[in-house]
Every structure is written in structure tokens, then in C-alpha cells.
Design a protein around this ligand. Structure first.
Ligand SMILES: Nc1ncnc2c1ncn2[C@@H]1O[C@H](COP(=O)(O)OP(=O)(O)OP(=O)(O)O)[C@@H](O)[C@H]1O
Length: 253
């Protein structure tokens, strides 16, 4: 299991994360929420081993992630950043990048890597995009291809930074559904999402951050009941029970 223990991290001496402690359980989707600038992306990068903590630990099954060689941490943790350059390569080639951590010298993709990449594209329902150029895909298609890349990486943990931002509502729902299916494969799925209602509705666990600290954590119901959402976001949060389950919406305070 991936966990942060008393984690501190920052930039150039300015501390952004202050003693963050959290656990990310396999088979569950954890939504990280919090106002702009509270440190969500910094936490995700630090969990991925891409940003070094100044204090505290990131542990995966008790092993220190920052101490893992990059190819080993890439076999254990897939990280999809908030934005990236869009390369002029096919979707299949993009998904193949997920296999890179498994290649030994001379780092040539093998038949089984191509098979894993095609399986991953089929799994997200985008097999037909294999030969399409990533730069020619819509934002929604591209996001799904990135998720296929994370799947091909075959990791216990998948970290996604704002995978639904800029997507239309149907694509947002599809990405949420893919996150759920990744969790059903037994992975710990951790995603930063700004849509409060979507997180409370879809995540198994919620980590509410505020000014670099964990303000509340637990099931959506527990975090909602804590009353801390209002303090963190400065809005009123309401729950309403519907035939489709509990829905949440916000109004100004
Ligand atoms: N590369 C960097 N160099 C210096 N400061 C940074 C860097 N990246 C982030 N910060 C600062 O760290 C703080 C937390 O930023 P971070 O991106 O982690 O927050 P966030 O919660 O993900 O924000 P948002 O919701 O706006 O994406 C901010 O004050 C930001 O300006």
C-alpha cells in the first residue's frame, strides 16, 4: 500500500506540504480535493517519487519510494501529470511507453509489449485509435489513451492529476468509470479532481487538503459530515438523496 507519513515538501526552501499523512488503499479510488494552490499536485508528484520530500516518508509496501531506482518505481507507480507535451506519435506508440520500465538493454519493445499495449487500448474501448496520431485526438480520446498507457505500465498504483479537467461531462463520466475499473483490477487509484460533486459521488475515499495540510480524510460521507468542506472551499455543500444515490451540490455561503 502507498502511504505518506509526516510528509513535507516544497520548492526552494518554501514548504508547501506540511506533515501530510495519508494511506491509499488498493482496490479503492481516492479523490484528492482542495482549493487552488493547496498542494495537491505537489503531493501527487511527491508520492510518485518525482519530487523529493524535505521530511517524512513516502512508502510503498514499507519501501521508501524516493530511494527506488526510477525503473523500479515506474513498475510500481504510474503517474499521469496535469499536462504534458502532445507528441506526434500514434496512440499505440504512446501506450507502449508504459512498457518502457520493463525493457532491458537494448530497450526494444518486444512482441509481448505490443500485445500489452493493444490489450490496454482495447480495455479502455479505444482499440480503433491505435494507429491515430495522438496530436489529432480529441481531449477526451487523448485522456483515455493516457489511461491505457498507465494500464500498460501494470502498476499497483495509478496517480492521475486532474484527468477530467477540460473534458465534456460525458468524457468526465467515462474517465471516472475508467478509474473505477482500474480500482476493480486491485489498483490503488488516486486522482486530483476539482469537481467536488463528482468526487463525493464517485470516490471511495476522499483526502481534503487545505494550505498544504490534510483537513479531512475518509469516505465521502465522512468528509461531508465533517463540515470541513465548507471551511476549505468557502462554499456551502449540500447532499440530496436521489434514486441514483446521494448527490452533492454547492451554493455560496
Ligand atoms: N515548480 C514550482 N516551483 C515553485 N513553486 C511551485 C512549483 N509548483 C508549485 N508551486 C507552488 O506550490 C504551491 C502548491 O502548488 P500545487 O500545484 O501543488 O497546488 P494545487 O493544489 O495542485 O493547485 P491547483 O489546484 O491550482 O492545480 C503553490 O503556491 C504553487 O505556486
Amino acid at each position: 500500500m502507498l502511504e505518506a507519513r509526516d510528509l513535507c515538501a516544497g520548492y526552494g526552501g518554501a514548504e508547501v506540504l506540511h506533515r501530510v499523512t495519508a494511506k491509499f488503499t488498493p482496490g479503492r479510488v481516492t479523490g484528492i480535493i482542495g482549493p487552488n494552490g493547496c498542494g495537491k499536485s505537489t503531493l501527487l508528484k511527491t508520492l510518485a517519487g518525482l519530487h523529493h520530500p524535505t521530511e517524512g516518508q513516502v512508502l510503498l509496501d514499507g519501501i521508501s519510494v524516493p530511494d527506488l531506482p526510477p525503473h523500479l518505481s515506474a513498475q510500481k507507480i504510474a503517474y499521469l501529470p496535469q499536462s504534458r507535451n502532445v507528441p506526434k506519435i500514434t496512440a499505440l506508440r504512446m501506450v507502449l511507453h508504459g512498457r518502457f520500465a520493463y525493457l532491458s538493454y537494448p530497450r526494444r519493445y518486444r512482441t509481448r509489449d505490443y500485445e500489452a499495449a493493444r490489450r490496454a487500448l482495447d480495455w479502455i474501448g479505444a482499440g480503433e485509435l491505435a494507429e491515430k496520431n495522438v496530436s489529432a485526438l480529441s481531449g477526451g480520446q487523448r485522456q483515455k489513451v493516457y489511461i491505457a498507457m498507465a494500464l500498460a505500465q501494470d502498476t499497483e498504483t495509478v496517480l492521475m492529476d486532474e484527468p477530467t479537467t477540460y473534458l465534456d461531462i460525458r468524457n468526465q463520466m467515462e474517465v471516472m468509470e475508467l478509474a473505477r475499473r482500474l480500482a476493480e483490477l486491485g489498483k490503488a487509484v488516486v486522482m486530483v479532481v476539482h469537481d467536488l460533486g463528482a468526487v463525493l459521488r464517485n470516490a471511495d475515499d476522499v483526502l481534503l487538503m487545505h494550505q498544504g495540510r490534510v483537513m479531512a480524510a475518509g469516505t465521502p460521507e465522512k468528509v461531508y459530515a465533517s463540515g470541513k468542506l465548507e471551511a476549505a472551499f468557502g462554499v456551502a455543500v449540500h447532499a440530496v438523496d436521489t434514486p441514483e444515490g446521494r448527490q452533492y451540490y454547492c451554493t455560496p455561503l
